[in-house]
Write a protein that binds this ligand. Structure first.
Ligand SMILES: Cc1cc2nc3c(=O)[nH]c(=O)nc-3n(C[C@H](O)[C@H](O)[C@H](O)COP(=O)(O)OP(=O)(O)OC[C@H]3O[C@@H](n4cnc5c(N)ncnc54)[C@H](O)[C@@H]3O)c2cc1C
Length: 393
């Protein structure tokens, strides 16, 4: 069922005046792409749980993979607000499609660019930017989610190679990824990153089935059974938990923008529906209770837009802290989920159908509020930042 995408972006406080003409052009390009290539197929994609791989080269061509990576390595060399706007527009289409671009950009290209050797950058980044090669990021394990520092995956130095054993769970894109950036402990208990090619002997990546959320994104495991990883696949630029957390900062920043996209789509749908749907002889938009819902939604979206734009400015100036990024990720995903729930109610029974995007966004956001640090953990990060006392470890 092809659905006509009538999305019109809310800009209540004229935030567009703070964006450059390049930002506006990038946003329009991705918005047009979403309307043309994603909206018509996304309902069927999510109902069937079959990832639309034909979008990968198109996403690459549009610069959605590693937009902040220098041209020299195949990136579009864009600023952080541009990256955010790309994530916003993709997630307006679907959180699963945005997740694929986020993982490729922030969790695969980012660590290779920032922690990798010149040889690794040359070997992988160009192909990752076009989508010729896809990557995934293995941090979470069956027994270690919010506490990745407890990870059990290990590698030992065997002279000619590293021998890697362990497993990762809940890994976006792992079933079709060509490479995985894997975080494991060395013999000194220090966390390091390894680039593991998924066709290496001993690597398997079974898919996780029966998800009710992010059905437009493939999720799986990565199992390492005596995998011989070449020594020059080690990411030597940074070690310790700070190395994967640096990648998560970049991804969480993109999620903060992405969640605004999902929220805007829900609000826009509910606003239009409320003006068209008549009950008691009047549009439901004329009832105070429905206006309250819509007015609160646009207020929350506007606040999130400003928080996130300012975060982008700070990020461009290299001044954004991890705690500031946590606050924006937590606030915006929570805001988007509340708006999805309220919007669904505005549509009454129609809100549960795939004729409208709201229920799909709502289900997706249940993953987004958990991955890349849960809602609770981000709150505790803010608590730690303002008190100086950690309440979670
Ligand atoms: C669809 C999807 C895709 C994902 N993709 C990836 C990926 O590509 N790569 C990757 O590495 N991971 C990925 N993840 C994993 C995700 O990052 C983890 O699920 C997340 O970090 C939470 O870990 P957990 O699920 O083990 O929950 P747990 O850590 O077991 O937490 C369970 C609950 O306990 C709470 N909790 C935990 N510790 C504390 C504490 N100290 N104080 C208070 N409350 C606490 C949490 O907030 C949560 O509510 C993905 C997850 C999903 C759902």
């Amino acid at each position: 069922m092809a659905i006509q995408d009538q999305f019109a972006s809310p800009d209540y406080y004229l935030l567009d005046e703070l964006l450059t003409s390049e930002h506006l052009l990038i946003r329009k390009t991705i918005r047009d792409f979403v309307k043309k290539e994603i909206s018509p197929i996304i309902e069927e994609v999510c109902q069937s749980c079959i990832f639309p791989k034909n979008l990968i080269p198109k996403l690459g061509e549009l610069g959605c993979f590693g937009p902040f990576i220098p041209n020299k390595y195949g990136g579009a060399e864009l600023d952080q607000i541009s990256y955010g706007l790309i994530m916003q527009e993709l997630e307006r289409g679907d959180s699963g499609i945005r997740s694929t671009a986020s993982v490729q950009s922030s969790l695969v290209m980012f660590p290779i660019f920032n922690y990798g050797t010149n040889e690794q950058k040359t070997k992988y980044l160009h192909k990752l930017s076009t989508g010729e090669m896809m990557g995934c990021f293995g941090l979470t394990e069956p027994n270690h989610g919010s506490n990745p520092g407890g990870m059990e995956s290990r590698f030992i130095d065997k002279g000619d190679y590293f021998l890697l054993n362990g497993s990762k769970l809940w890994i976006s894109n792992s079933p079709f990824a060509d490479i995985a950036v894997v975080w494991a402990k060395n013999e000194n208990n220090r966390i390091q990153g390894l680039i593991v090619e998924t066709n290496m002997d001993g690597v398997s990546t079974p898919e996780t089935h029966n998800k009710w959320s992010l059905r437009g994104s493939v999720t799986g495991e990565i199992i390492f059974d005596n995998v011989k990883v070449p020594k020059n696949n080690l990411l030597i630029g940074k070690d310790g938990l700070g190395a994967p957390l640096g990648c998560l900062d970049s991804a969480r920043y993109g999620i903060a923008w992405g969640a605004i996209g999902a929220a805007m789509d829900c609000y826009d749908t509910a606003l239009r529906y409320s003006k068209e749907r008549n009950q008691f002889g009047k549009p439901i938009a004329s009832f105070q209770l429905q206006q309250k819902k819509l007015a609160e939604m646009i207020t929350d979206i506007t606040k999130a837009q400003f928080l996130t734009w300012r975060l982008g400015v700070l990020k461009n100036e290299n001044k954004a802290t991890s705690a500031q990024i946590s606050m924006a990720k937590r606030n915006n995903v929570d805001m988007a989920l509340r708006i999805a729930r309220e919007s669904r109610q505005v549509l009454g029974a129609m809100g549960i159908t795939g004729e409208y995007p709201i229920m799909r966004h709502m289900m997706n956001l249940e993953s987004v509020i958990t991955y890349e640090g849960t809602h609770d953990i981000h709150l505790l990060i803010t608590g730690h930042d303002i008190t100086g006392i950690s309440a979670f470890k």
